[in-house]
Design a protein. Structure first.
Length: 94
C-alpha cells in the first residue's frame, strides 16, 4: 500500500515584537523587515492581522509557483515605497 503524500501549503505565525504599542513608523519598518525575511525563507504572507499587545499574526503560504513569490515581492516593494513617502524614510532592498 502506498503512503499518502503530504504537503504543507501554509500556516500562521505570530510576530511578538510587532505589537500595537509601537509607533506607526517603527511598526511599518518592522513589517517590511519581517516580510523580506519571510520571502527569503520561501514564505509568502497573504494576510497581516491587526496588531495587539501580544504581537501580530501573519497568515502565509509556501508558494507553489514563482509568480506567487514574485507578486509578493512586488507588493513588498510597493509597501516600502508608500512607507518611505508617508513617513519620510529611506528603506530600500539591496
Amino acid at each position: 500500500m502506498e503512503e499518502p503524500k503530504i504537503r504543507i501549503i501554509g500556516g500562521r505565525i505570530q510576530q511578538k515584537k510587532l505589537t500595537s504599542s509601537l509607533d506607526e513608523r517603527v511598526f511599518a519598518a518592522g513589517k517590511a523587515h519581517i516580510w523580506l525575511s519571510m520571502l527569503k525563507d520561501k514564505m509568502v504572507p497573504v494576510r497581516w492581522y491587526k496588531p495587539n499587545k501580544n504581537g501580530t499574526k501573519i497568515k502565509f503560504i509556501y508558494p507553489q509557483t514563482q509568480k506567487e513569490w514574485d507578486d509578493s515581492f512586488s507588493e513588498l516593494k510597493a509597501f516600502i515605497a508608500t512607507t518611505n513617502e508617508k513617513h519620510g524614510m529611506d528603506m530600500r532592498i539591496e
